[in-house]
Design a protein around this ligand. Structure first.
Ligand SMILES: Nc1ncnc2c1ncn2[C@@H]1O[C@H](COP(=O)(O)OP(=O)(O)O)[C@@H](O)[C@H]1O
Ligand SMILES: [Mg+2]
Length: 320
């Protein structure tokens, strides 16, 4: 699942709170990924600068080399772009770090036992379609090769700009929570995102944030309608945490804690649609190939699509 929204809306805060809430409630593996332009998630999850994991975006070649495995359709890491889908022979990933060399090498464990991976810093320019070295592309590759199951969670903290639609990343989630402040800008980002989401059957729900009272809720309800799932109040506990005071989930206001539970329930209510997941992986790859990747690699990347590969739990490869 992903939290998206405009800068400052609260994506990173909610990603961290939700990841902690989910780990505490479910006990299963929770991986948090920082793919936001401003890389803050590690800090909010309680990691010091020196404790951050090696950034995925600086190790693209190594990651591609690992993922392509013995897939005969991908001749080299250089021919692998961010949308290159897995095929027979590719190495698939599980959420258990013992079973996933990518996660064990590129994650750090937070004080509460969550796993954090980070893209590393990037800029607006890195989000466009014609970027061969896209750092966020590392996340797309990771998710495309991941076979997740019930009770396993990946929480991605993600920048939502118009150009995030150039890649297939926004279609990789079973649920996308759009974080919106009760302002015209907040609902503007929602409108733009909803249009794309609807074209691709991307499940989307709006989370109101920094709510100060009933007028704020009414504003969001008016502009967002039924897509408004739940609201979080402006939180004194979050503010105190930002001021460096010790924070546990128990410090959160009951209404905000309840809102996190609503998010988790909403997410758990979705069955993963592996058909859509696989279909769109291929669709975006073909589009990417035509738009720039064939030219960039000097190959016909449509040939990387393995028509007999089935996305989903039947295909976990033993690679230990
Ligand atoms: N519900 C909330 N109550 C109080 N402060 C909040 C809340 N949500 C976010 N903030 C604060 O707003 C600022 C921006 O939040 P952040 O999560 O960094 O946004 P984003 O990741 O979308 O850019 C931070 O200082 C954060 O502590
Ligand atoms: Mg952020």
């Amino acid at each position: 699942m992903a939290f998206v929204g405009k800068g400052g809306s609260g994506k990173t805060t909610l990603s961290a709170l939700f990841a902690r809430h989910t780990a505490a409630r479910q006990g299963g593996p929770v991986v948090a990924i920082d793919a936001d332009i401003n890389q803050h998630l590690g800090m909010v999850l309680g990691l010091e600068e020196g404790e951050l994991p090696p950034p995925l975006g600086s190790h693209l070649t190594e990651i591609k080399e690992f993922l392509r495995g013995a897939n005969p359709r991908i001749g080299s890491a250089a021919a692998m772009v961010k949308t290159t889908p897995p095929g027979r022979g590719s190495r698939l990933l599980a959420l258990d770090p013992a079973d996933d060399p990518i996660q064990s090498r590129f994650s750090a464990t937070t004080p509460e036992g969550l796993r954090l991976m980070v893209t590393g810093p990037f800029s607006e320019d890195d989000l466009g379609v014609a970027c061969y070295h896209s750092k966020v592309g590392a996340v797309e590759l990771y998710l495309n090769h991941l076979v997740d199951g019930h009770g396993e969670y990946v929480v991605v903290d993600m920048t939502a700009g118009a150009d995030s639609f150039a890649s297939g990343l926004f279609t990789r989630f079973d649920m996308t929570f759009l974080v919106a402040e009760p302002t015209r800008q907040g609902v503007g980002v929602y409108r733009q995102y909803r249009e794309y989401a609807a074209d691709y059957d991307v499940p989307l729900a709006v989370v109101g944030n920094k709510i100060h009272g009933p007028d704020d809720v009414a504003f969001l309800r008016e502009h967002v309608g039924d897509d408004l799932l739940v609201c979080l109040e402006h939180s004194a506990a979050v503010r105190a945490m930002e001021q460096g005071r010790p924070f546990t989930l128990d410090d959160l206001e009951p209404a905000n804690a309840e809102a996190l539970a609503v998010l988790l329930k909403h997410l758990d209510g979705r069955e993963k649609d592996w058909d859509r997941f696989g279909r769109q992986a291929v669709e975006f790859h073909l589009r990417n190939a035509r738009a720039w990747a064939n030219r960039a690699t000097g190959e016909d990347l449509a040939a990387q699509v393995d028509p007999d590969f089935v996305f989903g739990p039947t295909r976990v490869s033993p690679h230990r």
